[in-house]
Design a protein around this ligand. Structure first.
Ligand code: PLP
Length: 403
């Protein structure tokens, strides 16, 4: 639960590093598995060849993904998983003779990593402003934050109609020009925007009507953060393609993955000539043995320590304590679901200035959290106990009172 500063100060981790150390920091089980693997086989080419751990990890991950999303493609980061998911969507439609489907529908306030695909999909201005026009054909729906839903815990009752933006885009550009709609189940980096009730279901329906693939970017929401294996299960909506990274290896090794449905997988494979490469994509370090070893050791920890159930059990207490901060006038909104919450503080001196100052003060007071602008993102490791939540909220309160 803790990190140590260069001066030896103990810092409670309120954001799992960057939402990635689900099982806590520096677990020896993972370190030992990586060391053993590096001695055994430090590298095996992932093109045409592979190694047993890659298959085993794919099997273990597919036990957590929703039924029917059992085909796993390994990459090295969340950003690469987004690029890969987009290429899978292009390839899927191309394989069905619908190569004209080249548009992607994303969302304002979305974060999909920092590679050019993710930047193009991004709905956060600072992440795209300096980096050119991006991939052509990306259209943004509205984000799901509504002023009337301030301080709503869990899914807001209002806002389902925002999903109809997808229908409007389809009618404006032609449904058969759209490859996929990509959303984070909960928009994370922008400040934890929990989808309104029925919103993700509505997106699924519209996608089904128009043959559009639904991609969930589960890079933060995956692996127990929402009290279920993935956001898909938390909200009961199954996408066609799912990206993941972060907690997959507990962040002990860089790794991401994309899970795809049987339909997407078989369509791409069956269109390729017998014995030929089916999908011209992959990285030198895809399914790296050390990352696979870390992933398998992490899956063992998830199982042995029942981390998903543990997150689910702690969630009500966590949300109670976080929402109890709403009496502080400086806080303008709180949102939360599972072990994930966003706190907006009222800005001063320009967007993000107070947010950065707040983050530094928290650090000095012994708490690390991720700030995005003036939004604080709370996502403790899934091993957290009530006493850690108490301490986190105490430091938050005490630090906010300094203003
Ligand atoms: C939803 C989402 N997608 C993609 C990424 C990019 O992941 P990475 O930083 O590993 O490239 C992130 C990172 O926070 C994310 O939150």
């Amino acid at each position: 639960m803790y990190m140590y500063s260069h001066e030896g100060e103990r810092i409670l981790d309120g954001s799992s590093g960057l939402f990635c150390c689900a099982a806590g920091h520096s677990r020896p089980e993972i370190a030992e598995a990586v060391y053993a693997q590096l001695k055994e086989a430090a590298y095996v080419p992932p093109f045409q060849l592979s190694q047993p751990l890659a298959f085993e990890l794919a099997r273990r991950v597919s036990q957590m993904t929703p039924a029917g999303l059992d085909h796993i493609f390994f990459v090295n980061s969340g950003s690469e998983s987004v690029d890969t998911a987009m290429k899978i969507a292009y390839a899927y439609h191309y394989s069905r003779g619908e190569g004209q489907r080249q548009r992607f529908v994303s969302r304002e306030r979305a974060y999909h990593g920092v590679n050019m695909a993710g930047v193009s999909l991004s709905g956060m201005i600072k992440n795209r402003q300096a980096f050119g026009p991006g991939i052509p054909g990306v259209v943004h729906m509205r984000h799901t934050w509504l002023p009337e839903n301030r301080f709503v815990r869990g899914q807001p009752d209002t806002g389902i109609e925002l999903a109809d933006d997808l229908e409007r885009v389809a009618m404006n550009y032609g449904p058969d020009t759209i490859a996929a709609c990509i959303v984070e189940p909960i928009a994370g980096s922008t400040g934890v925007l929990v989808p309104p009730k029925g919103y993700l279901e509505r997106l699924r329906e519209i996608c089904d009507v128009h043959g559009i693939l639904l991609i969930f970017d589960e890079v933060i929401c995956g692996f127990g953060r929402l009290g279920a294996p993935f956001g898909a299960q938390a909200f009961g909506v199954t996408p066609d393609v799912m990206t993941m990274a972060k907690a997959l290896t507990n962040a002990a090794q860089p790794m991401g993955a994309v899970a795809v449905s049987d339909k997407v997988h078989s369509t791409i494979l069956e269109a390729a000539p017998e014995g030929a490469v089916e999908f011209f994509h992959g990285y030198t370090y895809s399914a790296h043995p050390a990352a696979c070893a870390a992933g398998l050791a992490t899956m063992d920890l998830f199982e042995k320590e029942d981390l998903v159930a543990r997150a689910d059990a702690l969630s009500p207490y966590f949300l109670d304590q976080v929402f109890a901060l709403s009496d502080l006038e400086i806080i303008t909104d709180i949102r939360g679901y599972g072990l994930f919450a966003g706190i907006d503080i009222s800005p001063e001196g320009g967007p993000g200035v107070r947010g950065l100052d707040f983050q530094k003060r928290l650090y000095r007071n012994g708490l690390h959290i991720k700030m995005t602008g003036d939004a604080g993102l709370l996502a403790p490791p899934l091993i957290a106990e009530p006493k850690h939540v108490d301490r986190m909220c105490e430091i938050l309160r005490q630090t906010l009172l300094e203003y």
